[in-house]
Design a protein. Structure first.
Lengths: 471, 99
């Protein structure tokens, strides 16, 4: 029975794999046919292949149905009827919306809800830019993506979701990272830009690009349990640089992948970004320009504050600025902000090779029964998620105060396990950056045996224990 | 002078993760008013417990920190020269980049 069960499992797995293959091939054929269909229809977007990347432009928005006095087709009247029933929105605003084009940069925690609402509400042309793929550890907040798309481009996944909500609008996929080399070309095709990115250089780049192209920018950000929202470069209002002429130190730029984020927080800010974009596109209400919304989820507080107007001294939009499209193309945003446009974590190399061992080497030393102490320098709440058995948690921030503790456990090991030369000391963290900082400090304080485990727990999970949970 | 100070966007981590501080700040000796410049120096001495460089740069706040006096950007009230009144609410908020 046992072996039969095993055979069954293997057979089922093979069948699943074969079916998935077939499914992928069928989906490919469908996309090819869909593309063909779009090309033959008069509203077709202009497709040009370049270096394997599709540059698709936002097509002209179809002219309104001439047969109807209000300019909306009967299908549109039915689909958007609840908008039309709003006295302060109505036919004119909906018609404006249907003629507008909006670009969402980033299909992550902010972009997900923004795209869902923008597709549903009938924005004529909706563009999506992202270079990343769907990952399971982001799905708690990137609610536009489904499990079936894990490993696939976010743009593809988000576009499919938008199309399934509203097949009557144009969805344009920009499956590439936004750079100074392509930003002007992409942004110029849209009326309104939504910044749903996750890093400082992208925020400066998108704002500057909107300034030189004269596009309003709906900017949102979220981290931990807080969110922020404002509209830049709208009808003489300030741009991002007016508010933040000097970039913050890189240590002040935290990432969701390091500091965490409660999924619903970017969800709320992303929805508000959709709202502001809809107001601008439909020409209703008062957009959040010259004001900023600050959201604190834990205390359930929303504060709307008045911010400065356009700065006359602003390098991007000030009175005597020479900043133009040419400057934009040549501007080095990564150098300016001292941080990369992608959010991949840094890989430091602070200490000499002889003070480092790989996770595999460390595993061998455990197997050989070497007398040692393993110090895990991650913050306590990280240590609580998962840790290597018998490791000692001393967060980097409290290392200085807890040096005596390390001395005493080293001494204990030496005595208990009878090693003349003394026990060894290894330091680990999540990715192998903080552990190097710790070893550097430990050497300075006389703990010369201290060695860092290269790549931290990530490499431990990758190279030694594939069942070790990673986060 | 009674003031309410609020820290957000991660700046609260510099003052023991407490976001709202109701404080009593004395006027500097011989001065007739309290300015934001005085308050910043009071905050760095009395509230910021770690990594002061994450709050201040020179005599002002570091780049990327918005200062709001009664829900209004301090750029509009004279920045460091802003005069504070009894019961004012001053917010220090670090700009976020995540998404």
């Amino acid at each position: 029975m046992e072996s039969n069960g095993g055979d069954d499992v293997a057979r089922i797995r093979r069948d699943i794999e074969a079916l998935k293959d077939t499914k992928a091939r069928i989906e490919d054929r469908i996309s090819v046919l869909e593309a063909k269909l779009q090309e033959t229809v008069s509203l077709a977007p202009r497709l040009q292949q370049n270096d394997g990347v599709y540059h698709v432009s936002c097509p002209p928005i179809p002219a309104a149905d001439a047969n109807l006095a209000n300019g909306l087709s009967s299908d549109s009247v039915y689909r958007y009827s609840r908008h039309l029933l709003l006295p302060s929105f109505g036919v004119q605003a909906q018609s404006n919306l249907l003629k507008s084009s909006i670009l969402v940069v980033g299909a992550g925690g902010l972009g997900s809800p923004a795209l869902l609402y923008l597709a549903a509400c009938g924005v004529g042309c909706l563009g999506i830019v992202d270079h990343d793929v769907v990952e399971l550890n982001n799905m708690h907040r990137q609610v536009i993506h489904t499990e079936a798309y894990i490993g696939q481009p976010k743009v593809k996944s988000a576009a499919a979701a938008c199309r399934s909500i509203n097949s009557t609008i144009q969805i344009v996929e920009h499956r590439e990272a936004l750079r100074t080399s392509n930003a002007l070309e992409i942004l110029s095709q849209y009326d309104i830009v939504i910044d749903a990115t996750d890093n400082a250089p992208s925020r400066y780049m998108i704002s500057d690009c909107c300034v030189v192209l004269g596009k309003p920018l709906v900017s949102g950000a979220a981290l931990g349990l807080e969110g922020q929202l404002t509209v830049y470069n709208y009808k003489g209002g300030p741009c991002y640089r007016c508010l933040f002429p000097t970039p913050p130190p890189t240590t002040a730029c935290q990432r969701c992948s390091d500091s965490g984020v409660l999924g619903v927080v970017p969800g709320i800010i992303g929805c508000l970004q959709a709202l502001e974009a809809i107001k601008i596109a439909a020409a209703v209400g008062e957009p959040l320009s010259g004001r900023m919304l600050l959201f604190d989820a834990l205390s359930a507080r929303i504060r709307i504050v008045k911010i400065r107007g356009r700065s006359l001294q602003c390098e991007a939009c000030g009175e005597n600025t020479t900043f133009n499209q040419e400057h934009f193309r040549d501007f080095d945003y990564e150098k300016f902000t001292q941080s990369p446009l992608s959010t991949s974590p840094p890989k430091l190399n602070l200490i000499a090779a002889e003070s480092r061992i790989t996770s595999k080497e460390y595993k061998e030393r455990i197997v050989n029964g070497e007398a040692h102490v393993l110090v895990d320098v991650r913050p306590e709440h990280h240590y609580k998620i998962v840790s290597i058995p018998k490791s000692l948690n001393i967060p980097l921030a409290s290392l200085e105060a807890r040096l005596p503790e390390i001395s005493s456990v080293l001494e204990e090991k030496k005595t208990n396990e009878g090693v003349e030369s003394g026990a060894n000391l290894y330091v680990i963290c999540r990715r192998g950056n903080d552990s190097q900082r710790a070893v550097q400090y430990l050497h300075k304080m006389g703990f010369n045996v201290a060695k860092d485990i290269v790549g931290g727990l990530e490499s431990w999970a990758h190279d030694v224990d594939p069942n070790f949970p990673m986060y | 002078m009674q003031l309410t100070l609020e820290f957000g966007g991660g700046l609260e981590l510099l003052c023991q993760s407490v976001k709202i501080h109701n404080v009593n700040v004395d006027l500097p000796k011989g001065a007739e008013k309290l300015t934001m410049k005085d308050l910043l120096s009071w905050v760095s001495t009395n509230l910021i417990k770690e990594r002061p460089e994450m709050f201040m740069k020179g005599e002002s706040v570091r780049p990327g920190v918005l200062v709001l006096v009664n829900d209004c950007d301090w750029e509009l009230s004279g920045q460091l020269d802003t005069t504070l009144e009894e019961k004012d609410v001053v917010v220090f908020i670090s700009t976020l980049h995540g998404g």
